[in-house]
Design a binder for this molecule. Structure first.
Ligand code: GRF
Length: 188
């Protein structure tokens, strides 16, 4: 049983998919903390419903990234957290967090990396007329969506889908692929 923390800034649909897979005993883990950097984010309500402790912080209230990351490292270590699972966390991690959890931080990104890193990845791929989009899960390093790949799944498109349809297809794959990948990774 691995102790994990989920980092999220937004809607939290991946957060829910992971927590539900844990509840169904498909992932050998317990969520010790949900870390959020956006006051009022929807994921906070989702964590409350699941009775998962939430730590919300505002980066600009700290003098530096190293300062708030040191606070986070302390809070995570206090709870015995071993793995950090980023699910829509919109902030690059710095050396303080990366060095405290070497090779134990993973992220999901809605593109076939190394294509379309960063924000609005789905829109970028859609506008480029890609006939193959997808989802990537990777270890986190100091770059933006640059760490070593763990899993990837492609979704073929006909070219007739609307942007909303493509987004829905991608999220559907995310909600299956992230829990399945975590299940394998955390069993080790
Ligand atoms: C997902 O598309 C994920 O790949 C990206 O941010 C989005 C988060 O969505 N990193 P949600 O908050 O899990 O609904």
């Amino acid at each position: 049983m691995k102790k994990i923390a989920i980092f999220a800034s937004g809607t939290g649909s991946n957060f829910d998919a992971i927590v539900e897979a844990i509840e169904a005993k498909k992932i050998p883990a317990s969520v010790e903390l949900m870390v959020c950097d956006k006051v009022g984010a929807k994921v906070i309500e989702k964590a409350q419903k699941k009775e998962i402790e939430t730590l919300t912080f505002t980066a600009k209230e700290y003098a530096s990234k190293a300062d708030y990351e040191s606070m986070l490292v302390k809070e995570l270590q206090k709870r015995g957290v071993e793995w950090l699972v980023l699910a829509g966390f919109m902030r690059l991690l710095g050396p303080t967090l990366l060095e405290a959890f070497p090779h134990k931080i993973i992220n999901i990104h809605p593109s076939l990396l190394p294509k379309y890193k960063g924000k609005e990845a789905i829109e970028q791929a859609y506008r480029a007329g890609e006939r193959s989009v997808g989802v990537s899960i990777h270890y986190v390093d100091e770059g933006m969506d640059t760490g070593e790949l763990i899993a990837q799944e492609a979704i073929p498109l006909t070219g007739r889908e609307s942007l909303d349809e493509v987004k829905a297809m991608i999220h559907q794959v995310e909600h299956r692929l992230y829990p399945a990948t975590l299940a394998k990774l955390l069993k080790q």
